[in-house]
Design a binder for this molecule. Sequence first.
Ligand SMILES: CC(C)(COP(=O)(O)OP(=O)(O)OC[C@H]1O[C@@H](n2cnc3c(N)ncnc32)[C@H](O)[C@@H]1OP(=O)(O)O)[C@@H](O)C(=O)NCCC(=O)NCCS
Length: 171
Amino acid sequence: MDETSGAAAHAVRQLGAADAAAFRALHLEALRAHPAAFAMAYEEECDLPLTAFRTRLDQQTVFGGFVAGALAGIATLQRHAPLKRRHVAMLWGMYVKEEVRGAGLAAAILRAAIARAEREVDQLELYVAVGNDRAGRFYRRFGFEPYGVMRRSLRVDGVDHDAEMMVRMFR
Ligand SMILES: CC(C)(COP(=O)(O)OP(=O)(O)OC[C@H]1O[C@@H](n2cnc3c(N)ncnc32)[C@H](O)[C@@H]1OP(=O)(O)O)[C@@H](O)C(=O)NCCC(=O)NCCS
């Protein structure tokens, strides 16, 4: 992949159908560990068959970061489909395993997603839960700016969470 970057320790590439099992495991780990950080719910994803993840990886742009050959981080880039929204892409599902946080893998993944987005769209948007300060700081470091708050963005086990909406403009 042309976004492959970094030293071997931080290899980043777009995932394909062959990565479905590793992607599924990491995606489910993310949803279970951080329910307020993701719109998808563990309980609606955990019973999906592997073929559903193969299809997802065929149809969506998912970047994976590898440590010593093992998938340790993921993020999905999704360009809006409607004609009048095609200048915008969303970033979602950004997750790195706890033991490799703070080591630059998340940055390498985000750089790959930004590089792809910058070629295809005029702006990249994301939502981050209010109170998820680590993720908020991380995105700010890459030039994402808050433009508003989505009230009650997620309801998790009866608790409401607001989300900060962020954008990075390319042009
Ligand atoms: C969000 C995530 C991908 C960022 O990756 P990371 O490796 O942790 O990122 P970094 O350590 O490079 O940067 C995080 C920033 O938060 C800071 N930070 C570290 N621990 C922190 C804490 N407990 N509270 C607040 N900020 C913290 C770091 O110093 C850094 O700030 P800086 O850029 O100003 O130096 C990762 O933390 C993660 O997977 N979190 C769980 C899932 C999640 O929240 N995903 C985002 C969904 S929108």
